[in-house]
Design a protein around this ligand. Sequence first.
Ligand code: HEM
Length: 483
Amino acid sequence: MSAPPANPPLNLTNIQGDILSGLPKKTQFYIFFDIKDVAKFRADLVKFVPIVKTVAQVLKDRDDIADHKRRGLPGLIPMVGVNIAFSHTGFQKLGIDDSTLTPLGDNDPFKIGQKRDAVTNLGDKTRSDGQPDWDEKFLKDLHGIILISGESHASIEKKKLEVEAIFHVHTPKASIQEIATIRGDVRPGDQSAHEHFGFLDGISNPQVLGFDKVFNPGPKPVDPGVVLTGETGDPAARADWAVDGSFLAFRYLFQEVPEFDQFLKKNPLAKDGDGKDLTPQEGSDLLGARTVGRWKSGAPIDVTPFKDDPALAADPRRNNDFAFQGEINSQLRCPFGAHVRKTNPRNDLEVPPAPINPIPIEKRRIMRRGVQFGPEVTREEKISGKTQHGRGLLFACYQSHIENGFQFIQQSWANSKTFPPFETQPEDPGLDPLIGQGVREMSGLDPLNEQKVLSLPDFIIPRGGEYFFSPSIKGLKNTIAKA
Ligand code: HEM
């Protein structure tokens, strides 16, 4: 681990906790709300701001959790964290000028909102009336989101009552109305931190200069301004109140787990890339790993292409230390379209013969948070291979520019069959097999026949979303709240 490069320190008491350090959570409410009465809301917010958890407080929480574990104490420390963010329509309703948050003007994703972006840029399926094919609740204008995270349902339910009391919800004095509340839960037992398909998630997030203290080998650290507005590396000029915030791109993503498992079972790879015969189970596991770019354990296939290595997966000094450069222009170790290669192509865009990359790849990084929702797969679902209960990922990521981060990754990388664009390679990579919108066809899944194209059903279906801005504490206190 190398020493952190020098960078001006950030004011960690001014930044909402989820952005840089992730609110600690076993469970989390996502409360989507509308502002009913602007004056009352701004007055109620004065009482709400003190319960918003900052990065500084989350770091302290994380120290407490580590200490609890070190001392071998039983159970989990009771702990809750609350954050808040607003959509563009929310700021409009509040009468707050958010023009420095929308430098692209009428094309700015924050300004147009995700409902429109979904059909114009993200490629989501549309209904006959031109609206995205989403759950009704996400077709309404959502003014904001409140996140409540904690170690238990009891803790977050108690906190939710406290929050509702502040905004007088369910009374004639209510300043907000809850449009939807979705609860996410970390999966149980040894699946904790694994998403519903079974792959360990949350391994690769950007390391931030001026914040992180330990820099593990892997992609270059990013300037704080890639995640935070108004910090070093954010090229946009922001109003004072809009500094030290971050855009939260939320997506309500359903996962068809029994169908995904059936697909792997029906299409096992017969041999690995060394020509070794595989059992049907090994062949299905390798196919799954090649769609994601990591084994279920989290070990990157670019490092260990044909055999899982759980010890490597668990080692933060090694589990991100790869750049797809061992075999530039080849899909032998990792398909071009594998989810992690599509969403962070690392040296694919940096090292010759890669095409000129106008924006350094560090500017495309996003800070992923989010949590699973819905129950575990039931026995009936396993047997039938058909989803009967909704489940998936409450995808959430932070960045200082949605058009450089989430929107770009989804539109220009995941949805593009020609990305990454290797001129010397005859086959198209195909869409991201997990999140690509369009005809999900992908090459490179068979390491011994890279040009073979496999069609994949839509295992992940977007059913809603919105773009929010998570302001600094000063922004909340001095500009948005008003006694
Ligand atoms: C249900 C939907 C999704 C699932 C199941 C999923 C699953 C995963 C998994 C298993 C990993 C590897 C673990 C890690 O590197 O942390 C990963 C990485 C990643 N995903 Fe997703 N993902 C989903 C949606 C998305 C979306 C919508 C985006 C952005 C448009 C995205 C962007 C990324 C990025 C940037 C990485 C890290 C790549 C790297 O730096 O190596 N994911 N995802």
